[in-house]
Design a protein around this ligand. Structure first.
Ligand code: NAP
Length: 295
C-alpha cells in the first residue's frame, strides 16, 4: 500500500520509544527512513540512527515529529537531544510534508516558509481513537500505582466524553468501577447514559464531585479549578491526561492536600510497541492524503 511513499526520504525526528518502534515498522516495510533524537531500541538497526541533525533532515521529503508536539517556541517536547523544529525547518531544502501531533503558530509559520504541508496527526480520528487504548490503560496503571484500593467498586469520574474519555470510561466500567462521565453537550450525556455511565453536566460538577475516589480529566481547558478543588475528597486521586498544562489547577490541588498527577505521553510510556505500530498503521495514509491534495 502507498508504494510511492517508499520512494520518498523519511526522517523521524525526536520522540520516545514509540517513535523508535514506528521507525522500525516503516523500515520493515522498506521505507527509506532516518531517525534522529529518538531512543535506541534493540529492533532498530544502527544504520537508521543519525546523530547529526543537519544530516538527518537535509534531504528529507517527509519529516515526522512526535504526537506530543513542541513547546510554544518550537522546541520538541520529546527528544533525546534538544531540537528546535523551527530552526530545522529553515534548513530543509525539499521537504514536502511535516507530520506533527499539533502545530502551534511558530511551527506552522516555519513550515509555510519551508514550503511544506503540515499534517496534524492528533486531529485524525483513527489515530486518536487507536491511541486512546494505550492511554486509557496507562491512566489506569497510574491510578493503581497511586491508590490503596481496587478499581473494582471505586467511584470514578471521567471529565470529557471525547475520543480518550470514552475509551477510558469504558475500560473503567469493564473493571467494575462505578463510572460517571462529565460533559457539556446533552448528546454526550445521553450517549454516556446509553453506555452505562452516570452522566453529569459540567454545571452540576460542584455538587457531584465530593463522592469520587478517582478523577480522570481529558478536557484540555481548566475545568478542575480552585473552586472545584475545595469539594474534592482529600483521599481522591486526580489523573490529568489532557495535553500540558492539563485541565487541573495543580497549585490548588497541592494546597488542598490532594494528589493530582499530570500524565502526558502515556502510549509511549506504557505500550511503546503498540503505540509505534499504531503510528505506522495511520501516518502513511495521512502523508498519502496530504500529497494527493496537491494533485
Ligand atoms: P477530543 O476527542 O477532542 O475530546 C475532548 C473532550 O473535551 C470533548 O468531549 C470536548 O467536549 C471536551 N471539552 C473541550 N473543551 C471543554 C470545555 N471547555 N469544557 C468542557 N468540556 C470540554 O480529544 P481527545 O482526543 O479525547 O484528547 C483529549 C486530550 O487528551 C487532549 O489534550 C489530548 O492531547 C490528550 N491526550 C493525552 C494522552 C496522554 O497520553 N496523556 C493521550 C491521548 C490524548 P465538546 O465536544 O463539548 O467540545
Amino acid at each position: 500500500m502507498y508504494s510511492k511513499l517508499k520512494q520518498l526520504k523519511w526522517c523521524i525526528l525526536g520522540g520516545d520509544k514509540r517513535d523508535a518502534h514506528f521507525a522500525h515498522s516503516l523500515l520493515k516495510c522498506d521505507y527509506d527512513v532516518k531517525v534522529c533524537g529518538v531512543p535506541q531500541i534493540d529492533e532498530l538497526p544502527g544504520r537508521a540512527m543519525v546523530n547529526d541533525l543537519e544530516d538527518a533532515v537535509k534531504d528529507a521529503d517527509v519529516l515526522v515529529c512526535p504526537v506530543t508536539g513542541t513547546h510554544p517556541q518550537g522546541v520538541l517536547r520529546k527528544s533525546t537531544v534538544p531540537i528546535d523544529l523551527t530552526a530545522v525547518l529553515s534548513r530543509t531544502s525539499k521537504l514536502k510534508v511535516l507530520v506533527i501531533g499539533t502545530a502551534n503558530e511558530a511551527v506552522s509559520k516555519a513550515a509555510a516558509l519551508a514550503g511544506a504541508l503540515v499534517v496534524e496527526s492528533m486531529r485524525d480520528d483513527e489515530l486518536a481513537i487507536l491511541n486512546s487504548i494505550p492511554s486509557a490503560e496507562g491512566a489506569i496503571q497510574i491510578a493503581m500505582e497511586n491508590t490503596d484500593f481496587t478499581i473494582h467498586g471505586s467511584a470514578s469520574i471521567v471529565l470529557g466524553m471525547g475520543r480518550t474519555g470514552l475509551t477510558l470510561a469504558s475500560t473503567l466500567l469493564s473493571m467494575h468501577s462505578n463510572v460517571s462521565i462529565a460533559a457539556r453537550k446533552r448528546s454526550d450525556l445521553a450517549r454516556g447514559r446509553a453506555l452505562g455511565f452516570s452522566p453529569i453536566h459540567f454545571d452540576d460538577l460542584a455538587c457531584e464531585l465530593p463522592v469520587f475516589d478517582l478523577i480522570f480529566n481529558t478536557v484540555p481547558s481548566l475545568v478542575l479549578d480552585a473552586k472545584l478543588m475545595r469539594v474534592v475528597k482529600k483521599t481522591a486521586v486526580i489523573i490529568d491526561l489532557a495535553s500540558p498544562p492539563g485541565g487541573t489547577d495543580f497549585e490548588s490541588a497541592k494546597a488542598e492536600g490532594i494528589k493530582a498527577i499530570l500524565a502526558p505521553g502515556l502510549p509511549g510510556l506504557v505500550a511503546p510497541r503498540t503505540a509505534g505500530e499504531i503510528l505506522a498503521s495511520v501516518i502513511p495514509r495521512l502523508v498519502h492524503e496530504s500529497l494527493e491534495s496537491l494533485s
